[in-house]
Design a protein around this ligand. Structure first.
Ligand code: ZN
Ligand code: ZN
Ligand code: ZN
Length: 138
């Protein structure tokens, strides 16, 4: 077997976080002349995904685990604005609105706040109903 040609193609993207080119895809191609006289080509493609599993442009780096996510997976906490990956994001669904992204700490805080607000609402309704009942008694 005689090697005729070897080709290496590398597709990269500039990564603003590391300041270096990040490999997206690496293709190695080899053409050989076989003993039978045919030219055989073999190519191997290797894809390098982001930590989130996508191959889109870089969105940012998580402040918790250091994972680099693409723009659609990466986000920031609604409260402290710290960058977080999908794995460390907690979403709070608000009716009629898009889900809000929080870091773990602020998600817990927001849950408590919502629970307290809900209790206040219940207590408020309770007193309101008492007042309405009293009015009806007269
Ligand atoms: Zn992604
Ligand atoms: Zn993370
Ligand atoms: Zn936060």
């Amino acid at each position: 077997m005689k090697r005729l040609r070897r080709q290496k193609t590398c597709e990269v993207t500039y990564d603003p976080i590391t300041g270096q080119d990040r490999i997206l895809e690496l293709t190695q191609e080899e053409s050989v002349l076989s003993d039978q006289g045919s030219v055989d080509s073999e190519s191997l493609s290797r894809k390098y995904f982001r930590n989130c599993g996508c191959d889109g442009p870089v969105g940012g780096q998580c402040n918790k685990c250091g994972a680099i996510s693409c723009t659609s997976c990466h986000g920031r906490c609604h409260r402290c604005k710290k960058p977080i990956c999908l794995e460390h994001s907690h979403f709070l669904q608000v009716q009629g609105k898009d889900a809000i992204r929080f870091c773990h700490r602020h998600y817990i805080m927001q849950c408590w706040k919502n629970a307290i607000l809900f209790c206040l609402l219940l207590v408020g309704r309770f007193f309101l109903s008492l007042m309405v009942e009293e009015e009806n008694d007269e």
